[in-house]
Design a protein around this ligand. Structure first.
Ligand SMILES: Cc1ncc(COP(=O)(O)O)c(C=O)c1O
Length: 408
């Protein structure tokens, strides 16, 4: 028995491939490609693992799933069943979180655009914190908090030190003076938390450290201006769980803890907002080779419209029709969009012989693929949710038309 792509729910047993506890043929014979398969038990395993690692370092740790990684209601429902919170960026995600029964005190709402309706709904439902990306939002939030006669907790997102980062608030002298004034004059808001999200696919502790240093520097500056913050939020940015083994995650958690201890800052709670780590490796495509050239280009029946580069997934390719053949011959994968830019991977180790009609498993597509996908004029794939020996169709383009959150 061997794991495929390091995924405990994708196994090769002799000649056969199992997706959770079902043989791959179950899907190949019943469904057309491309097909998306999402693994419920993998999401649960990843959440348990993430919680275990961080809870063993921090007794005051809270985890909020970043809905934008994969906002399919069935996926968010699985996340809710594991008891972690939600991080949402817009009104439809907020409505979905509330509908699925995420407790309000476990929901963070925030983003670069906070329309009135989103602020109103957030405050009406008593969500835990509103995350602001610019200081001007505070007046508006104070107005709605007054309307409901409450004091709203606020988290300020600061710009990370990453080159070119423009999301969030720059903690400079004029901002600090403005915050100080607003704190005095706006009695229906309380600044409780600070967030810095640095990047995506962060494999190297240095990136976490840079993020942490931004938070520590900003906390000290805020304190100088009389603003003391309770909670720190380090955002997300972890790679897929198959890409970052538990040992490495634990190492990062330990280093974050000791860096915080050494920096002598006090904080009540520490938050993380992982998206990709929790759902990335729960998703795979079953796709088909539609053509290949003698120049090592293999064309699949997916493309960047449904498996976009923007999603920054750690894609892995396996020839399911020849799974026992060595995968050590470089091939480049292209998609079906009529564009030279539709490249999925270059010089990826694959089987020597390539046949039209071979089924290819593409792993690690559970996060951001649907989010960044576009409406290129091809049919959307069926999406199945697999659990043990069962599966259900959670999206069929013929009946469901579109997986966007158009209304909740
Ligand atoms: C503020 C914030 N939190 C969390 C996330 C989730 O990141 P990831 O899926 O890389 O963990 C993002 C992603 O852009 C983000 O901007």
């Amino acid at each position: 028995m061997k794991f495929i792509a390091g995924n405990s729910l994708l196994r090769r047993v002799n000649d056969e491939i199992f997706i959770d506890s079902l043989p791959i043929n179950e899907f190949i014979t019943k469904f057309k490609t491309p097909l998306i398969i999402l693994l419920e038990n993998r999401i649960k395993e990843n959440i348990k693992n993430f919680n275990k690692v961080f809870a063993s370092e921090f007794k005051n740790f809270h985890c909020f799933y970043s809905f934008k990684a994969n906002y399919l209601p069935e996926i968010c429902e699985i996340v809710n069943s594991e008891g972690i919170g939600a991080e949402v960026v817009g009104i439809l995600e907020l409505k979905l979180a509330l509908k699925l029964g995420f407790p309000s005190e476990k929901i963070l709402v925030g983003g670069p655009y906070l329309p009135d309706e989103l602020i109103d709904l957030s405050i009406k439902h008593g969500i835990r914190e509103i995350v602001i990306y610019n200081v001007e939002n505070l007046k508006k939030i104070n107005f709605y908090a007054q309307k409901y006669n409450i004091v709203q907790n606020i988290c300020i997102r600061i710009t990370s030190q990453k080159y070119g980062s423009k999301l969030g608030i720059n903690i400079d002298e004029s901002t600090l003076n403005l915050l100080k004034d607003l704190k005095k004059n706006l009695s229906n808001i309380r600044i409780t938390s600070i967030l810095s999200h640095y990047s995506t696919q962060m494999n190297n502790y240095k990136q976490y450290q840079t993020n942490l240093n931004s938070i520590i520097t900003s906390l000290k500056l805020l304190l100088k201006y009389g603003i003391s913050i309770d909670n720190i939020n380090l955002g997300g940015g972890f790679p897929e769980a198959t890409v970052m083994p538990q040992r490495q995650l634990r190492n990062i958690a330990k280093k974050i803890k000791s860096h915080l201890d050494e920096s002598n800052i006090s904080y009540k709670n520490i938050y993380f907002e992982p998206g990709r780590y929790l759902v990335g490796d729960s998703g795979l495509f079953l796709t088909k080779i539609v053509r290949f050239t003698n120049k090592n280009w293999t064309f699949l029946d997916i493309g960047n419209h449904i498996c976009p580069k923007f999603a920054r997934c750690s894609l892995r390719f396996y020839n399911a029709s020849q799974i026992n053949e060595p995968h050590k011959f470089p091939t480049s994968f292209a998609g079906i969009m009529p564009s030279d830019q539709d490249v999925l991977a270059k010089n990826y180790f694959f089987t020597k012989k390539i046949k039209e009609g071979d089924i290819v498993i593409v792993t690690n597509i559970g996060a951001y693929c649907l989010t960044f996908s576009n409406r290129f004029p091809y049919s959307l794939p069926i999406i199945l949710l697999v659990k043990g020996t069962n599966y259900k169709e959670i999206f069929n383009p013929i009946f469901d038309k579109d997986f966007s959150l158009n209304s909740i």
